[in-house]
Design a protein around this ligand. Structure first.
Ligand code: ADP
Length: 557
């Protein structure tokens, strides 16, 4: 073997032993990294492993904050009493660490040498990298594919000629940092999900509303502290038991809801609902007392729309309802007291109108007086009617009603009053006969038709239709008017609710007509709703039970 062969063999032996050592370091690093679930312990292990493997003097690990704009120094270690292991966590904006940012952005290591590079590095990064004793530093990005996690900085204090970061050291450090980044990613994901879980629990435990989850068979799976407070049951007492057994829900008029009216039961039949189903219900507390709650339910569905369970929110509204009742009683009392003097003023104004008045100004003033009197009388009448309905003082007399003649009569009245509008009637076949109270149905129709005239331009068409469908008669009043925004389609049926758009404000009104219409329809066992395309028109529909449902007629034939 000549000298060259011997030198070659020595080289390859050295390479082999270096590779073997590197492999052992990597295996050890991987085992150490994956054996911890604590972020701080992992970062500290990474610091030590990298420092020892490449024989550097110190290592610092910076993590990128969630905003992607700041680096926080999270771990550091220094060998041989070198400076570099700061006691405190510090955060730096990326803008003040341009070289760290560069390594991070490129995903490639950067070696900086004091003698060549120090002048290029601005403060405060220069002091951070080149402490008076350091000669060269290696900036090693911690990243996984596109995900940037942070930067490890390794430094040397010995004369750089001997100890500069050779390409072998850089590659070994890169391999270790990849293993570290993998473990880091896992721990960050774990921390983030358990942090989210803790935050959700914190919110659910401290929210003022009762929240509980049920399975598809309505067994209670969770029960938060507010639900415990509202119902008087502890979570331990109710978990696993049926919601019906615990709550014993009753509707406002005392009908048991658990059999079919409860929103949870409704979900079981048609789980795909657009939004939460909300009802007001009385529930029975542990001590037997009753509490009125607003109960909203949202289904939990699997990807095939199968019901997995539901989340319920209950809010104690006993006091709110009491306030509403007191307010409503007060309004109706005041209205009642106003009625007699108003009737007197109105009668006097009418009498005065019959006298010969001297000037046009006097006539105008009297006209205004008359108009305002009728407006106030209408408000007082509506308030009193709503209040009687709320108290259940108006009991419908339900009888078979031939709807077409009723609609024709009403439409003819409006045709003669409002000649600038076109009125159209569409009915049947077969001509629908509904079960309802004649006077109440007339009031509903009048409210709806009056609104179409109020909120549509002259010359437009108003269509009133009646049709029987699946045992119910649907009566609809459609216009080509200003329309109603989608988010107000439900609230316009609430007391005193008026749209805030300028067109609505031009019309004098109190926001009671639709509220009364809803109470009247519901008193007859129907429902009322609105559909609309803002700017193109609205359609108001209500239902009444059909007197002789078509199916029954067909069955009898
Ligand atoms: P009002 O006396 O204010 O008309 P209603 O209860 O009858 O009271 O109606 C409530 C509000 O609903 C109205 O103020 C108006 O903003 C809106 N609205 C009712 N009907 C229509 C309609 N056909 N087109 C557009 N907006 C309507």
């Amino acid at each position: 073997m000549d000298a060259n062969d011997a030198a070659g063999r020595l080289d390859s032996d050295q390479t082999l032993s270096r590779r073997t050592r590197e492999l052992a370091i990597l295996v050890e690093a991987s085992t150490a990294f994956s054996s911890t679930h604590s972020l701080d312990a992992l970062l500290q292990t990474m610091c030590h492993t990298m420092t020892e493997s490449v024989e550097s003097t110190f290592c610092r690990v910076y993590l990128l904050e969630e905003d992607g704009q700041r680096l926080t120094l999270r771990a550091a270690c220094a060998l041989r009493d070198a400076p570099g292991a700061p006691g405190t966590v510090r955060t730096y904006p990326l803008s003040v660490l341009p070289w760290h940012s560069q390594a991070l952005a490129r995903g490639e290591p950067l070696v900086l040498v004091r003698s060549q590079d120090e002048a290029k590095i601005p403060e405060p990064e220069r002091t951070l990298l080149f402490h008076p004793q350091y000669c060269s530093v290696l900036l090693m990005p911690l990243s996984l594919q596109d995900r940037r996690l942070g930067v490890a900085v390794l430094g040397e204090i010995r004369a750089w000629e001997r100890t500069r970061f050779t390409s072998e050291k850089v590659e070994l450090c890169r391999a270790i940092s990849r293993q570290g980044a993998l473990a880091l990613e896992n721990i960050l994901a774990l921390e983030s999900s358990s942090k989210q879980g803790r935050e959700i629990k914190l919110v659910i435990d401290n929210v003022a509303d009762g929240i509980f989850r049920t399975d598809p068979d309505l067994h209670l799976l969770t029960f938060n502290p507010a639900a415990e407070r509202i119902t008087g049951y502890s979570a331990n007492q109710v978990l696993g038991r049926s919601c019906c057994e615990i709550m014993q829900g009753l509707s406002e008029d005392g009908t048991p809801l658990c059999a079919r009216g409860c929103p949870l039961h409704r979900l079981a039949n048609s789980p795909r609902v657009a939004g939460p189903i909300t009802v007001k219900e009385w529930i029975t507390r542990h001590d037997g007392t009753k509490v009125l709650v607003a109960h909203s339910v949202m289904p939990i569905l699997d990807p095939n729309d199968r019901l997995l369970g539901a989340v319920s929110v209950i809010r104690d509204i006993t006091r709110e309802e009491e306030l509403v009742r007191l307010k409503s009683e007060f309004i109706s009392m005041v209205s009642h007291e106003l009625r007699t003097p108003l009737a007197n003023i109105s009668a006097s104004a009418e009498l005065l109108a019959k006298l010969e008045l001297d000037t046009a100004a006097e006539k105008d003033m009297l006209h205004i007086l008359n108009q305002e009197c009728s407006r106030l009388m209408r408000l007082v009448d509506q308030v009193l009617e709503a209040s009687r309905l709320e108290k259940g003082q108006i009991q419908p007399t339900v009888e078979p009603l031939a709807l077409v003649p009723l609609i024709e009569q009403m439409v003819n009245l409006y045709r003669s009053r409002y000649r600038a509008f076109h009125f159209d009637i569409q009915a049947g076949p077969p001509l629908p006969v509904a079960l309802g109270d004649l006077v109440l149905v007339e009031i509903v129709l009048e409210n709806l038709i009056q609104n179409t005239v109020n909120y549509s331009p002259e010359g437009s068409t108003i269509t009133v239709s009646a049709q029987e469908r699946e045992g119910m008669v649907h009566v609809c009043v459609a216009d080509q008017g200003i329309g109603i925004p989608a988010d107000q389609l439900d609230s316009i049926f609430q007391r005193f609710h008026r749209l805030s758009n300028p067109q609505s404000k031009k019309v004098s009104g109190f926001g009671l007509g639709l509220y009364i219409a809803r109470l009247l329809v519901e008193a007859q066992g129907g429902v009322i709703w609105a559909e609309s395309q803002p700017g193109q028109g609205s359609r108001f529909c209500f239902t009444l039970r059909a007197a002789n449902p078509v199916e029954e007629q067909q069955a009898a034939a």
